[in-house]
Design a binder for this molecule. Structure first.
Ligand code: NAD
Length: 463
């Protein structure tokens, strides 16, 4: 089922892209911008087709398809086009006295041919946003969409070759065998989004070629809720961040750490917020998604017995429907607390105070995001300095991802490297140090042997 644009052979595909890169065709700014504009045009013109594919794969609503995938990628392209000239400008570095006269600067160069491996949960955004960075930095790219979002994968395989320079960008569809075959090739960068287990496979394969990797992974992102905050608003925002895409979002709030006596009130507010957003029968809401497949459905429904169901819990395997669910009285070591939930189940854990919340967070893997609702500047300071996470948001789960100026990425188990906006340029280019020293005068003679006490003294002074 490999459907590379010109050939199904991964070695031949990579060889072809490498040959294109060697011609220098992808380096001019004009080529990069033309590709980005073409991609933008495709997204605008084919918005309905992409939205339909996302609906088929995940029952995404048209609005979420736009805000979190199609429009999101258009914004990333616009932001990149707006700033690319400036990001690519060489940056000067000061030259120490002993090396003057000279000019020192950093020049960005593309890496070559890069591989983008995308997951199924935001199958358009997570294939294309890295591609935007790869192209903007002047690379050739192979995009491998997720086989678990087959409609979106097929549409990308159809349109990208018809839209972009097919000598420079290829789509390879497929699952584990096809990705394994791709990973045997030598790439100049591998950009992987998905889970930590496969990330280890990717990094091991890349290590054989000494290829750098970016790993965009997941984890359990906590939400700290402190007394004294506006609990109704907090509940609405938590419900929004958690239940979009039926909880299948890498940065979704995974669980709530309810400090002091906030748990009971939060339970009521979350129930209200879910009803306001998805009605009394979320199964009938056009805005509520479905679980990607039966395997994940079975995994998620097995977690429902890990606490008292406050709201939700009903499910229908034939429809892969699992209601937005809040679980209370969850034990910290329950199965639902052992792995990333990645579905519409929200456990609430009671903790006595902020110390306990911080201890809970720091005893576990560093999360992709940490969220907090607090009215206290001291709490903000403590969470900022005493915890580590890919991102830290006060008052708004998930929202940082839509700010293109912020780096997006994890730390520790939640990932390695970052992207979005100019951070994508950092990821997909090499910063080459360029020194330019005229041959006219030669004060460097000071540094040549034979060394004398005078040279020694001067060198210590001016270096
Ligand atoms: P997935 O199953 O679609 O896998 C991701 C990609 O890896 C796919 O293209 C797949 O074909 C490939 N793959 C799977 N097994 C492989 C193997 N053995 N060898 C080589 N390639 C293989 O997606 P997933 O991993 O289920 O995605 C969910 C995870 O991704 C969650 O942990 C989530 O938090 C994380 N995620 C992170 C981000 C982020 O930006 N940090 C975004 C979305 C999802």
């Amino acid at each position: 089922m490999s459907t590379d644009t010109l050939t199904a052979d991964p070695a031949a595909t990579v060889a072809r892209l490498n040959a294109t890169f060697a011609t220098g065709r992808t380096k001019p700014l004009a080529w990069r911008k033309a590709q980005l504009r073409a991609l933008r045009r495709l997204l605008v013109e084919q918005e309905a087709a992409f939205a339909a594919a996302l609906h088929t794969d995940l029952r995404k609503s048209t609005t979420e398809a736009y805000t979190t995938e199609i429009g999101f990628t258009v914004n990333e392209i616009d932001h990149t086009l707006r700033h690319l000239d400036r990001w690519l400008r060489p940056r000067r570095a000061p030259v120490p006295l002993a090396l003057q006269p000279a000019r020192a600067r950093t020049v960005r160069e593309p890496l070559g041919t890069v591989l983008v491996i995308a997951p199924w949960n935001y199958p358009l955004q997570l294939a294309l946003a890295p591609l935007v960075g790869a192209i903007a930095a002047g690379n050739c790219a192979v995009v491998k969409p997720s086989e678990l979002a087959p409609a979106t994968s097929a549409l990308l395989a159809h349109w990208l070759p018809r839209t972009l320079d097919r000598q420079a960008v290829a789509v390879v569809e497929g699952g584990v065998p096809e990705t394994t075959a791709l990973l045997e090739q030598r790439f100049d960068h591998v950009f992987y989004t998905g889970n930590g287990t496969v990330a280890r496979v990717v990094m091991t394969a890349a290590a054989r070629h000494l290829t750098p990797v970016t790993l965009e992974l997941g984890g359990k992102s906590p939400v700290v809720v402190e007394p004294g905050t506006d609990l109704a608003t907090a509940a609405r925002r938590i419900a929004w961040g958690k239940f979009m895409n039926a909880g299948q979002t890498c940065v979704a709030p995974d669980y709530v750490l309810a400090i002091g006596d906030t748990a009971a009130a939060l339970e009521a507010h979350l129930t209200t917020a879910i009803r306001e957003m998805y009605g009394t029968e979320p199964a009938r809401s056009p805005d509520y998604g479905r679980i990607v497949n039966e395997r994940h459905f079975d995994r998620l429904t097995a977690l429902l017995s890990d606490g008292r169901i406050v709201t939700g819990g009903d499910h229908d395997r034939a429809d892969r429907y699992l209601a937005p669910t809040v679980l209370a009285d969850v034990a910290p070591d329950a199965p639902v607390m052992r792995e990333e939930i990645f579905g519409p189940v929200l456990p609430i854990i009671r903790v006595p105070d902020l110390d306990a919340a911080i201890a809970f967070i720091t005893a576990r893997d560093k999360p992709l995001a940490l969220y907090a609702f607090t009215a206290s500047p001291a709490t903000r300071r403590r969470l900022t300095t005493e915890t580590s996470s890919g991102a830290l948001n006060f008052g708004a789960p998930n929202a940082h991802i839509a700010i293109p100026g912020l780096p997006f990425g994890g730390v520790g188990e939640s990932g390695l490297g970052r992207y979005h906006g100019r951070h994508s340029i950092d990821t997909f280019s090499h910063q080459k140090a360029v020194l330019d020293k005229p041959l006219l005068a030669d004060p460097l003679r000071l540094a040549y042997p034979p060394f004398t006490p005078l040279k020694n003294r001067l060198l210590r002074r001016f270096l």
